[in-house]
Design a protein around this ligand. Structure first.
Ligand code: GLU
Length: 321
């Protein structure tokens, strides 16, 4: 008999990997957010990973206190996490260091385009729809200085210099299967000085040891850009990092569930007499992990969870029963 065990498939089996949930604190979580968080938790715990929390508070126009309320709501439905939640605004030094690393390698350029400039510019041949047309990509130092002067007091945004001729990238998604998406010279730091989502997410996931990203499938189109950035920064990327993009929740109108659909947050549902236990039952039922009305706990759902049996279609929330 061989006296060795098979090599761990991912870092998680060695006990060091982590999944995460990373809400933007723009208000209370609604049922769609809670369902995504529950799935991220189930995927992480079912694979023996740690589960980490990150509040993506880089955008200033935030509802102060929303982050705390979101954490309270996640705890109320039985989601737990390891360690203290990470605040993205406290991670600026690492974000800037990553931009400097890319800049030293010649992979960053200044962009003075406004949204209107980008829409008005002719798109590059074979470029994916909506891709940055490359207006500022090949400027000389002198041209750049003039352009910078011309937009004062605005400051230029910073863009990634994507590899020449690479317009798309494919990855394996544990929910969607093989998935392809576009790549362009996306923004790393905006003209208002705020670090862009794609850069922050990649740097923070790597620093936190995240090797499993489960999130809403509205973010699947961002993943190729994030993988490109991981590779350019020498950070772990697929297959070492696993991605799973889960179906969104639809509201009664058939569009993506939103706050305007009414009773969609735990606080609103509580006002209608629907407690967090009942919300968990709804979520469990929607995932095929419980029967309508059957009391459940997240621990019980974890015993039943089988990623392969996850419903692939969006779930429609018609309102409280
Ligand atoms: N903060 C993002 C959101 O709330 C999610 C980011 C991610 O999971 O990568 O939409």
């Amino acid at each position: 008999m061989e006296d060795r065990v098979s090599a761990p498939r991912t870092r998680a089996q060695g006990g060091r990997g982590a999944g995460r949930y990373a809400p933007s604190p723009s208000g209370d979580l609604h049922l769609g957010n809670l369902r995504t968080a529950l799935l991220a938790w189930l995927f992480a715990r079912a694979s023996g990973r740690r589960f980490l929390m990150r509040i993506e508070d880089l955008d200033r126009a935030r509802d102060s206190g929303a982050g705390e309320r979101q954490l309270g709501d996640l705890a109320a439905i039985g989601i737990d996490w390891d360690g203290e939640p990470v605040l993205q605004t406290e991670r600026g030094a690492d974000h800037e260091a990553a931009i400097r690393t890319l800049a030293r390698a010649g992979l960053v350029y200044e962009c003075t385009c406004t949204r209107r400039d980008i829409l008005a510019a002719p798109s590059a041949p074979h470029a994916p729809p909506g891709a940055y047309p490359g207006t500022c990509r090949d400027r000389t130092d002198a041209q750049r200085a003039v352009a910078r002067e011309a937009i004062l007091p605005r400051i230029p945004a910073l863009r990634l210099r994507a590899p020449e001729g690479v317009r798309e990238l494919e990855f394996d998604d544990v929910v969607l299967g093989r998935t392809r998406g576009d790549i362009d010279d996306f923004v790393l730091r905006r003209g208002d000085g705020t670090v862009a989502y794609n850069l922050a997410v990649v740097v923070d996931d790597a620093t936190m040891g995240v090797d499993q990203v489960v999130r809403g499938d509205d973010l699947a189109p961002s993943t190729p850009r994030q993988i490109l950035l991981q590779r350019m920064l020498g950070l772990p990327s697929p297959p070492e990092v696993e991605y799973g993009h889960v179906p969104l929740v639809l509201g009664p109108s058939g569009a993506r569930l939103a706050k305007r659909d009414g009773a969609v947050t735990l606080a609103q549902l509580r006002e209608r007499g629907v407690g967090s236990g009942e919300v968990l039952i709804e979520l469990a039922t929607s995932l095929g992990l419980g029967a309508p009305g059957e009391p459940v706990t997240t621990a019980r759902l974890l015993e039943r969870f089988d990623p392969a049996a996850l419903p692939r279609a969006p779930w429609t929330w018609a309102g409280p029963r």
